[in-house]
Design a protein around this ligand. Structure first.
Ligand code: MN
Length: 129
């Protein structure tokens, strides 16, 4: 079964770019363009990985991650933050919130497949489906 990725991002160009790269790698991608939709999807699906933009207009990425961490069916699922914020401390804050890792924007098209594969490989344990 191809890995399923939930991707929450408000920027249309980023969604297009990331989806194109991940689908070319054989992943299935489900997108949400805002926090509420991301939460709704996360409740109803069993993704293998969640990719979340930290800067969203309504519920920010940090709050989304906190809520994902409270959902029993998402335990052990890698949550990876995406952000253009280069301010020192962003990475630490993302990890402290519960993210398993961090991918900086702009997206490195050549590096993304390897970054995603590494996070999927480091999953804590397989989950029931
Ligand atoms: Mn954004």
């Amino acid at each position: 079964m191809r890995a399923l990725i939930l991707y929450i991002e408000d920027n249309f160009e980023n969604r297009l770019l990331v989806r194109r790269i991940l689908e070319a790698e054989g992943y299935r991608v489900v997108e949400a363009e805002d926090g509420p939709r991301g939460l709704e999807l996360a409740r109803s699906m069993h993704p293998d990985l969640i990719l979340v933009d930290l800067h969203l207009p309504d519920i920010d990425g940090y709050e989304l991650v906190r809520r994902f961490k409270q959902m029993p069916h998402l335990q052990g699922i890698p949550i990876v933050a995406l952000t253009a914020d280069v301010i020192r401390g962003t990475r630490e804050r993302a990890l402290a919130t519960g993210c398993d890792g961090y991918i900086p924007k702009p997206i490195d098209v050549d590096a993304l497949p390897e970054q995603i594969a590494a996070f999927l490989k480091n999953r804590e344990a397989p989950h029931g489906r």
